[in-house]
Design a protein around this ligand. Sequence first.
Ligand code: ATP
Length: 465
Amino acid sequence: MTTLEKIVSLCKRRGFIYPGSEIYGGLAGTWDYGPLGVELKNNIKRKFWQSMVYERNDVVGIDSAILMNPKVWEASGHVKAFVDPLVECKICHERLRADQQDEIGNHEKSHKGQKVSWTKPRQFNLLMYTHLGPVDLAREAMEAISGFGVDQSEMDERKDVLDRFLESRVYLRGEITQGVHINFKNILDSTRLSIPFGVAQVGKAFRNEITPGNFTFRSREFEQMELQFYIKPESKEAQKWYEYWKQERMSWYLELGMSKKKLRFRRHEEGERAHYAQDAWDIEYDSPFGWKEFEGIHNRGNWDLSQHQKHSGVDMSYFDQEANKKYIPYIIEASGGIDRAALFSLIDAYYEEKDRIILKLHPKLAPVKVAVFPLLANKPELVKKARSIYQLLTTNYQLLPVAWDDRGNIGKRYYAQDEIGTPYCVTIDFQTLEDDTVTIRDRDTTKQVREKIEKLPQVISKKFV
Ligand code: ATP
């Protein structure tokens, strides 16, 4: 059975994902992607960009700043409403989300015979912030609140420091979405797009999650891939595009090779929807810790643009030439997590056989595309020939990255590649020196075929389309 522990262990052992700041005891909710993890994540992002931006003419991409004017977050409603209900266990003071029933249940069980009571839920805001400016306001503010017996004029001065401290506060973006909506006018003015059209973006988001956990599933720093699709403000139109994007996004995950039976749609209940959403469906994955969201598809109505119009005073309407009228468009959004897509792809691809672990990742997601092995490391003629094939695959055929391994016995080298999902291994042996053929071994079937070197790219690339 695939457990989360097995995935965590594989990720650490082979260099997919390490705990953040590990040598200093870690930092809860942060993760570092190793040499293989960064390839996997980049492959997911590349696939997303390919299907969203390059294969369509109604979607463009942008890359907006992480730090934005704090008014953005007041307008978007996040300062007030981006909250989770926090409760505290009265026995051990652990803090949990009141709406996560399974975690509440597990916690209550952990106290065995003792009856657990909880504090009343209080709304905890998930936005993180930092301070901008050349002065160390945080320290000055700390000094300002310490010390007693100061006179009125000093008190005023201290209050001023505290005010400046609060004013210098800027949020780290809690979702990448707002960077798109505040650029709605810029995008319209600098392109030839007309409604319906979309804007895609990939980037980091930050949330002060109450309970980060389940490995990278709930982190405090993570990456999102999003589409914001602007349409006419009509409910029929919204319904049509909503259904369209639901199906498109589900197909995208299926094309990445994820098992159909482990994916499902789930509609949000009335009280569960985010403050901006008129309708919300999640794409969920059947993970070792239950069915979990990894992409949300939302009908945001005209919430974002009308809020930004109200708060900035800038006209956010669109002039529809065909209909000869002005309106504020509706937005259909697809918002997925790169880290969750990476985690669920790993879980989905994980198989154990009698003597090997295999990651049956889609070749496009596989961190290493092909591995090249000289049969023996101490035979210079084999190594030289293998080097030339390595060069051919990387430079001429761009099957990147290609792995090189000349250590240990060949069986162990195959298993080491199976465990990280490398679709093919190419071995250069003595016969290669005679007739320019190599063996190509398939990860999933373990079958080997002998092919001429010149046919190598054709045989291998077949799987990558
Ligand atoms: P959840 O209910 O799990 O907290 P959410 O509904 O708040 O998630 P959205 O605001 O819809 O999530 O964010 C869109 C996507 O961003 C999610 O589907 C998920 O893939 C990703 N995401 C959100 N929060 C996190 C997190 N803390 N860690 C990793 N990915 C996240």
